[in-house]
Design a protein around this ligand. Structure first.
Ligand SMILES: Cc1cc2nc3c(=O)[nH]c(=O)nc-3n(C[C@H](O)[C@H](O)[C@H](O)COP(=O)(O)O)c2cc1C
Length: 215
């Protein structure tokens, strides 16, 4: 009996130690500022792709506002989002890669879920600037939330849904004075491993974000 208890305790300790650090940790974001920002027509005038970033960190408040703008819940009564979604599948998981680790956006809680404490930014794209951005988003379609259609249809709809989210991020960045660039050039095997994706999760696009370098 004593031996069994000891064995069980040892197994528990090994399981706890082998869990990735930061996994499942929930980090609440400050409530988003949903008023203000630049007038829409001015943000559209400023929208552009930039691939150079300073090392300046993005504050929790700006990250909160950015994620809400990307695909946060803007109608809590029906749990719908700032970005449209084919068939309202809401299948796009937004991964957030920073120097501090990898997180998943939980729109319902408006919080970050810890995935790992590893800096995987360099694995989220095939271009050198990706590792230099303080923030890299990866838009991943969860095909298990997309009904019974074939994978090609799911890929098409997933790409469209990810692109809407990306454009929201572009407009938020234009309004906030942030640089950003969307990316299809991603080594999906490398990125999928870094993000610890399951078979039903498929990478659509990545997007790098950061403040401009001082001129
Ligand atoms: C679907 C899509 C995929 C893209 N993939 C990449 C990419 O992998 N790497 C990159 O540097 N830029 C990428 N871009 C950014 C385009 O190169 C950029 O939007 C284009 O040059 C027009 O510039 P603008 O966004 O400033 O108008 C992509 C844009 C779109 C819409």
């Amino acid at each position: 009996m004593k031996k069994t208890a000891m064995l069980l305790m040892t197994v528990c300790i090994i399981m706890i130690l082998s869990m990735p650090a930061g996994a499942q940790q929930t980090i609440s974001l400050p409530p988003p500022h949903t008023d203000g920002g630049m007038p829409l027509m001015k943000a559209l005038k400023n929208r552009q792709t930039n691939r150079e970033f300073s090392t300046a960190k993005i504050s929790d408040q700006v990250l909160s506002d950015l994620l809400w703008a990307a695909c946060g819940i803007n109608r809590p009564d029906v749990r719908k989002r700032t970005a449209p979604s084919a068939m309202n599948y809401q299948e796009i998981d937004v991964y957030i890669a920073t120097a501090e680790g990898l997180f998943l956006y939980d729109a319902g809680k408006h919080a970050l879920l810890g995935v790992s404490k590893t800096d995987v930014r360099a694995s989220t794209g095939s271009q050198a600037f990706v590792a230099t951005a303080p923030l890299d988003l990866v838009f991943v379609a969860d095909y298990s939330k997309m009904g019974k259609s074939d994978d090609k249809s799911k890929e098409n709809l997933g790409m469209a849904d990810a692109a809407f989210i990306s454009e929201n991020v572009y407009l938020f960045c234009a309004s906030e004075g942030l640089n950003t660039g969307v990316r299809a050039m991603i080594d999906k095997d490398v990125c999928g491993k870094a993000l610890q994706l399951k078979d039903n999760q498929h990478i659509m696009l990545g997007q790098a974000i950061g403040y401009p370098k001082a001129k």
